[in-house]
Design a protein. Sequence first.
Length: 366
Amino acid sequence: MHRYKKLIVSLISIFLGLLVGTLFMMVTGHNPISGFIYLVQGGLKSVERVGNTIATATPLILTGLSVAFAFRTGLFNIGAPGQMLFGGFCATAIGLTFPTLPAFILVPIMVITGMLGGAVWGIVPGLLKAKFNVHEVVSSIMMNWIANWVVYYAVKARFTGTMETESKLLTPNATLHANWISNLFQGSYINLGIFIAILAVIIIAFILNKTTFGYQLKSVGFNRYAAEYAGISVNKNIILSMMIAGGLAGLAGVVQYAGNANCIQLGVIPSQGFDGIAVALLGANTPIGSLLAALFFGLLYSGRGFMTAATKIPPEIADTIIATIIYFAATSVLIESWLDRIIKKRHEKRLDVKTNNQLETQKEDE
């Protein structure tokens, strides 16, 4: 049971979130069973809806990885929205500046540029933390707003579209859209970004679990003073961790603005960056956990509109479920302590039974 404790905590968080959603539906006079049925159908009813659910989940996979990776080094990367926005802007700027390049050249350049843009935006809080001990939460929040206004004025100056609230549209050769995968899912807006996300999950899992660098990062996260005493450069790992986390969030920006969409909305900080915190918490800060948690949130986001249309249940109910799941995932320490008490009681009970059996055996021998 110890081995699967984090999985059990996540499942309990989901159950409690769904339970709260059920209570809200009952209080507002709606049938919770039909509500959940339509919620699931909205994300999985057809091949097209499955594709849309995966597309919705794709940027969440990357932002969840970003937050989880920083968490493993003991850092709270709340700057994923700004890193995502700036990375997406860098990729979009390349796509709009060189629209005549063939897709097989332009798209990889956009992906690399977006990743580097996010990494640059993430390295600033890392440097401030390592050199001046500025808390990363404060500095990364400020970087979110700086990214918002830098992108706003940069787009206004160079890339304003037909509408003043968005950038120019990317040409088809500058996007992650591919007809073959869209047709495979019956015309959904799923795109090549899902392969970027899966590759990122594999690479991050390998780094964390199979490399010396990953071991050093986790050591710093467990106890930075012990890690420093062991000869590990704490400041170097803090900077690298935030840089990699920023790069992952930058990839999420590429997927969102050149995959799920084809322009940037001005004055809007992407909510997927903040949702990445929830994904990381529910996924127990692991790459595979973040992947599964992102798919679950993608299902909730994709299905809530269908649920509302079919049952008149307010979409805020789905938001409440998500918020409750986040709350219980964030307070997982309480759930873990409760599980520990259960495990301890079961262990003590087994010992008592074993002791009683031994005493009875001794009495019979006598």
